[in-house]
Design a protein around this ligand. Structure first.
Ligand SMILES: Cc1ncc(COP(=O)(O)O)c(C=O)c1O
Length: 319
């Protein structure tokens, strides 16, 4: 995969002016139409590892609307690597927006029920899968493993060459992205920034330990990071009509599309935190846009969002 340097874009909002806050967006959503955002970062060294070791294929895990599954299928197609997605949920999802594209790009979907899916970290289950799909490189759900960390850490190398800033914010699902950012911020000679993760799921406190497990030794020395666990809006994939209206208004104002499952929850957290005077005056904040805009396709298909509010969709899901 080529070496990226994504744009850093300053955005305006009346609330930022009122509280004297400077906000920029690291546009990782623009790294690639399909393998966008943190998917690009997390897959970079995973794919390198895969190619170096002559595996016969690659296997990963995800929900039936997973951004990771979608991006992984496309990345494997590009690299000519046979790939398998172990999908949580019944096979009637096979033609939904995400899986239609994943299969179109060559992914074989292996459906398991929710109970079986919960075994995705168990050695016994991995062994069973390895018998069905021998010599496959196995990448966990969300692509969050140790190979993901150096790829995400490169965000900090780029940012340090692009701007001075105080605080970096990212949405958090499995914790790999947050761990990569903390690790990247911990390298010698660079000033340590505040790193905030906005958990998009309920009862996410357990993720603090997951993040620590993924940190590099340098990352473990970073003390200025926090996982915010109260901005999940009801749980993973949940949001109210008011949440959606606020995200759409913000998108229209800034001209950047944030979706309601990950990056949109980060935006709502940012707006709420600014209103609560969480940030100091003149604080310079960078938001990591983690992509995932293909997820809009499934939500529109399910009638949860209205297509007219999300004109970006055709651009992020195509041949
Ligand atoms: C668009 C998007 N943003 C953020 C995240 C959260 O990243 P992580 O799982 O590394 O915490 C995900 C899930 O991987 C995602 O798909």
């Amino acid at each position: 995969m080529r070496k990226p340097l994504s744009l850093l874009e300053k955005i305006q909002h009346p609330l930022f002016d009122k509280h004297n806050i400077d906000v920029r967006v690291k546009r990782d959503d623009l790294l690639h139409d399909i393998i966008s955002g943190n998917k690009w970062r997390k897959l970079k060294y995973n794919l390198e590892q895969l190619k170096k070791n002559n595996y016969q294929g690659a296997l990963t895990f995800g929900g039936s609307y997973s951004n990771h599954i979608h991006a992984f299928a496309y990345a494997c197609k590009q690299e000519n690597i046979p790939c398998v997605g172990v999908i949580r949920g019944e096979s009637h999802y096979v033609n939904n927006f995400t899986l239609r594209w994943a299969r179109h790009w060559g992914m074989h979907c292996y459906f398991v029920d929710r109970k079986t899916y919960r075994r995705r970290f168990e050695t016994g289950f991995i062994d069973e899968l390895s018998k069905i799909y021998p010599h496959h490189f196995i990448i966990p759900e969300g692509g969050s493993n140790t190979f993901a960390i150096p790829g995400v850490a490169e965000v900090l190398t780029e940012l340090n060459s692009q701007t001075d800033f105080d605080t970096l914010i990212t949405p958090v699902g499995s914790g790999g992205t947050l761990a990569g950012l903390i690790s990247g911020d911990s390298v010698a000679n660079s000033k340590q920034h505040k790193i905030l993760g906005v958990a998009v799921l309920k009862q996410a406190e357990y993720l603090v330990d997951e993040v620590k497990c993924l940190l590099t030794p340098e990352g473990l020395t970073h003390k200025n990071w926090e996982l915010l666990t109260t901005f999940h809006r009801g749980g993973y994939g949940k949001f109210s009509s008011v949440d959606v209206e606020r995200i759409i208004a913000f998108n229209q104002h800034t001209g950047i599309t944030f979706e309601p499952v990950y990056s949109g929850k980060m935006i709502l957290a940012l707006l709420d935190l600014i209103s609560q005077d969480y940030f100091k005056a003149h604080e310079r904040i960078v938001l990591l846009h983690t992509g995932g805009l293909q997820g809009l396709g499934g939500m529109i298909e399910q009638g949860r969002l209205n297509a007219k509010d999300w004109p970006i969709l055709p651009k992020v899901a195509h041949e």
